[in-house]
Design a protein around this ligand. Structure first.
Ligand SMILES: NC(=O)c1ccc[n+]([C@@H]2O[C@H](COP(=O)([O-])OP(=O)(O)OC[C@H]3O[C@@H](n4cnc5c(N)ncnc54)[C@H](OP(=O)(O)O)[C@@H]3O)[C@@H](O)[C@H]2O)c1
Length: 178
């Protein structure tokens, strides 16, 4: 099973945070929905999952709605504090999330954030491909994606694709050798 990390970056390379002043671009959200539909799943951290369910975002009903954008999708929430959320699968670790999706027969696992989850997968060397959507915004102090949170180091990656998504968002896709 291939693991794909999908993330939005700011134009100055930060890990983009979704806030009322900096909402995600529709083009990036549409791209996420397309990748999630193609994979048939996505993995998300407990805090991002809660953020997705904030007023005006995706409701519990939409997640369960047979006609909605996430219909029939395996949604996996990683949490150590919550044990059960209706309509989704809750697991305790990145590896447990991958084991679950592998067992369900998925070809691709889509890792959709947030920062802790993305960094956990990167730190544990569990990512085959990264998709970065670069949004047209600069940010001050922010979050970062790191392959190692304690040490300096580099990992060469191979550029697979680079394309504009519209709305001034540019998508970069890289393969990571494991
Ligand atoms: N740039 C992007 O593409 C993107 C995508 C999504 C979200 N975001 C942004 O990211 C931010 C939220 O990220 P976040 O780091 O605060 O939260 P998060 O990664 O969504 O969720 C963190 C929670 O996930 C669980 N968790 C994380 N790592 C774990 C591990 N290794 N093992 C077990 N459980 C683990 C813990 O849940 P418990 O506390 O329940 O144990 C932890 O509190 C927001 O600003 C959001 O807008 C950005």
């Amino acid at each position: 099973m291939k693991t794909v990390l999908w993330a939005t970056l700011t134009a100055n390379g930060n890990y983009a945070q979704s806030t009322p002043e900096n909402p995600p671009k529709q083009e990036a959200l549409d791209d996420f929905a397309a990748h999630a539909k193609a994979a048939g799943n996505f993995i998300v951290g407990r805090r991002t999952f809660e953020q997705m369910q904030a007023p005006g975002r995706v409701s519990q009903e939409e997640l369960a709605n047979a006609d909605g954008p996430f219909a029939g999708m395996d949604i996996v929430v990683i949490s150590n504090s919550i044990h059960d959320i209706p309509g989704v699968t809750v697991v305790r670790s990145p590896q447990e999330a991958l084991n679950y999706l592998l067992h369900k027969g998925h070809q691709t696992a889509l890792i959709s954030g947030g920062a802790d989850i993305h960094n956990s997968f990167l730190n544990q060397g569990l990512v085959d491909e990264v998709i970065f959507n670069v949004a047209p915004v600069l940010e001050g102090k922010g979050l970062n994606l790191l392959i190692d949170q304690n040490n300096y180091g580099y990992k060469q990656v191979q550029l697979l694709d680079c394309k504009p998504l519209g709305g001034e968002v540019v998508q970069l896709r890289y393969a990571i050798d494991r």
